[in-house]
Ligand binder design. Sequence first.
Ligand code: SF4
Ligand code: SF4
Length: 151
Amino acid sequence: MRKLLRKIFLVDLIEGLLVTGRYQHPKNICTEQYPAERPKVAERYRGAPRLNNHPETGETLCIACNLCALACPEKLIVVGSERNEQTRRKELTTFTYDLSRCMFCGLCEDACPVEALELTQDFELAGYSRAGVIWDRQMLEEGPRPTRYKH
Ligand code: SF4
Ligand code: SF4
């Protein structure tokens, strides 16, 4: 009889809805409200590559040694350089990084002797075209500029 009454008055359904209702308070919401709220990225996260410039002179730190390209198991880095006839040093001309093939292992970053190449905490790497994920020197130096949404 008790069971029948519970069914008639939808007691189970109401109890379920009460449980759901209790968890609607904002303090119980665990879902990250991205992109309105940006997540905290771990300090050692390996994200978008960056080709660093000297903070004062603005000149590239890269000495075009090609070690990053050799260290990459995917062979996705192409370093272009030319010899400066006066200083007899190699100078960086182009730098291409195919992000679509990168597995963010960090071997290129570790191989760089002058800390010019860095995998940063930037994680928003989505693009609208395949060509867009092949980054050139300018893109690597400036870094990605994702849209920042506000609440
Ligand atoms: S992170 Fe790994 S896969 Fe990506 S470019 Fe560097 S070495 Fe290659
Ligand atoms: S290893 Fe560093 S310095 Fe050498 S080419 Fe790569 S980014 Fe430039």
